[in-house]
Design a protein around this ligand. Sequence first.
Ligand SMILES: [Zn+2]
Ligand SMILES: [Zn+2]
Ligand SMILES: [Zn+2]
Length: 234
Amino acid sequence: MKDNDHFERVNFETLIETDGYDRIQDRLNIVDVFLGTEEHITIDEMYRLLLEKGYDYEPEFVRQCMNRMADLGFAQKKKFKDQPIRYEHRHLGRHHDHFICTKCGKIVEFADHDMERLQTKVAASHGFHMLQHRMEIYGLCSECLARRKPLMPLGMAKPGERVVIREMTGGKSALARLSSMGLRSGDQIEIINNTGKGRIILGRDHTRLAIGRNIAQKIMVSVADKEGADGGVT
Ligand SMILES: [Zn+2]
Ligand SMILES: [Zn+2]
Ligand SMILES: [Zn+2]
């Protein structure tokens, strides 16, 4: 056990003894397991982790103990978008913020001195006295980014496939032609017909569009996700 963890454990023990809690040893076991993980952990995950370590406590007891730790300032509760409540360590005098991958849910911590200072400065310039903040940046983690589907020319997309426009190459005239049809990067389109010759028929929202094969070769697309999300960017 790290020195700091030991100190936190003793500190916690003193506080719950003062409050007259029962099952002190069980609670300390939960504290030890919690301090021993660096994860942003849910109650369910905490319960399973305790089981792995040989502690079979009722989930409600685990929840109650975790909340007590949060109340006493040993843990902090975090609710990231679309995720269950998670608990992480709260080390006094230390602060960090989070990147959250919207694809796999991975949480990455960061601390940036300049960003912290800038937030205080911006708040002050609005006459706002900042007490606390949370900075959450949502996006793709490096693994998910690396797995992102490669680009292909629209001309290669198959009928029935849903794709997202990623880039448009080609000269100004090609770009002007596309924007006159209302096509923009990020648009999701459905391939209605592509015989490999002649024009390609697309559906976008409620409109069908016909695009010449030459221009279709200049539009780079990626395959959209099955759920209809936009091809791996969300
Ligand atoms: Zn921060
Ligand atoms: Zn990810
Ligand atoms: Zn964190």
